[in-house]
Write a protein that binds this ligand. Structure first.
Ligand code: HEC
Ligand code: HEC
Length: 289
């Protein structure tokens, strides 16, 4: 099917009777903008060849490419990126002793920069726990098991800030999550969820982010729904947003019951969606509308 036919199919599927409207973007925003280099130093790959496991897309693109030049520019310098305020807060938390063991993150890990490269390979299989872990799950495991401190709520501000700090020290490195070996079953589950139509609108993630990226939906320029830029500072809600909060919002838009942040379903979906970005740079915290 051509892209246009797919748009028509999407409208026929129910979007026309909803508040959604699709249109092609003529002279799409952002295309042709200067490449993203952060602080004049960190080069970010915002499009590249799709990983071999992707059947229907040949070039993967960061959500950054679909935003307006004004929004894009906010990521070129950390002083302009409002998401970096959360990173600064997390740097303080990093060095703060909490919990019964009298330890901070720094007690064991030293500077946050020692975790450079970690974000690029998460979600990742944890052999001891026998599960695929997101960065957020690992942060809570360290808090509860290594510090004797309380777990954060999965999408709490402090959690998302810490996740942003850990992402920020990996910026520019290629996303490279493993999808084989012990992670494969979780990855398959995530893939299944990605292609399953849900809600009254009977839409899958793929219907929007694979079949219709680069089109307009309401006033929004639809991206490929990549997560290399997470956590994302959204100008719409003026805060850092976790991957699972974004999934929740998208599922709700299909008028379906959604899974909870931190649920096994969203962990599996995160692994699968992350793997669709293998080869893009870690970019979070990024700025979107
Ligand atoms: C008592 C020591 C200790 C403390 C305190 C601690 N950690 Fe850890 N952390 C570890 C160990 C041990 C590992 C597992 C070894 C590894 O994978 O490098 C780990 C792993 C991690 C990883 C995954 C690294 C990887 O390569 O997969 C992250 C992320 C992390 N910790 C974040 C934190 C944060 C954030 C804090 C503070 C909230 C914290 N840790 C506090 C000991 C600690
Ligand atoms: C009805 C269409 C629709 C469906 C279905 C949908 N999304 Fe979205 N999604 C959007 C829109 C609109 C945006 C905001 C513009 C953009 O970034 O694409 C968005 C944004 C996103 C983003 C943020 C990308 C970034 O760079 O900030 C992610 C991630 C995402 N979606 C993932 C998903 C996943 C996973 C699913 C399936 C559970 C899904 N979406 C289902 C419409 C949809």
């Amino acid at each position: 099917m051509t892209k246009l036919n797919k748009s028509k199919a999407l409208i026929a599927m129910g979007l026309a009777v909803s508040s959604f409207a699709l249109a092609s973007v003529a002279g799409a925003e952002g295309h042709g903008a200067a490449p993203l280099v952060i602080n004049g130093d960190i080069e970010i790959v915002t499009n590249t060849a799709a990983p071999a496991h992707m059947e229907n897309i040949s070039t993967i693109q960061s959500g950054w490419e679909f935003r307006t030049p004004d929004t894009q520019d906010l990521q070129r310098d950390d002083f302009d990126n409002p998401g970096m305020l959360g990173v600064d807060d997390a740097r303080e938390t990093w060095a703060t002793v909490e919990g019964s063991e009298g330890k901070s993150c720094a007690s064991c890990h030293g500077e946050p920069e020692t975790l450079a490269g970690v974000k690029a390979v998460y979600p990742k299989w944890n052999e001891d726990a026998g599960e695929v872990r997101t960065i957020e799950m690992q942060i809570n495991a360290c808090r509860t098991e290594n510090m004797g401190a309380e777990a954060y709520g999965y999408s709490d501000g402090a959690m998302t800030d810490m996740s942003a700090l850990i992402s920020s020290v990996s910026r520019g490195l290629p996303v490279n999550v493993a999808i084989d070996g012990p992670a494969q079953a979780t990855w398959e589950q995530g893939k299944e969820l990605y292609y399953t139509r849900t809600g009254q609108l009977e839409l899958s993630c793929a219907n929007c982010h694979e079949d219709n990226y680069d089109n307009l939906i309401r006033a929004d320029h639809l991206s490929q729904g990549q997560i290399n830029g997470f956590p994302v500072y959204r100008l719409n809600n003026a805060k850092l947003n976790s991957v699972h909060d974004r999934f929740k919002g998208c599922v709700r838009d299909t008028r379906a019951e959604t899974y909870k942040p931190g649920s096994p379903e969203f962990v599996a979906l995160e692994l699968y969606v992350a793997s669709r970005g293998n080869g893009l740079s870690v970019e979070g915290p990024s700025v979107r509308n």
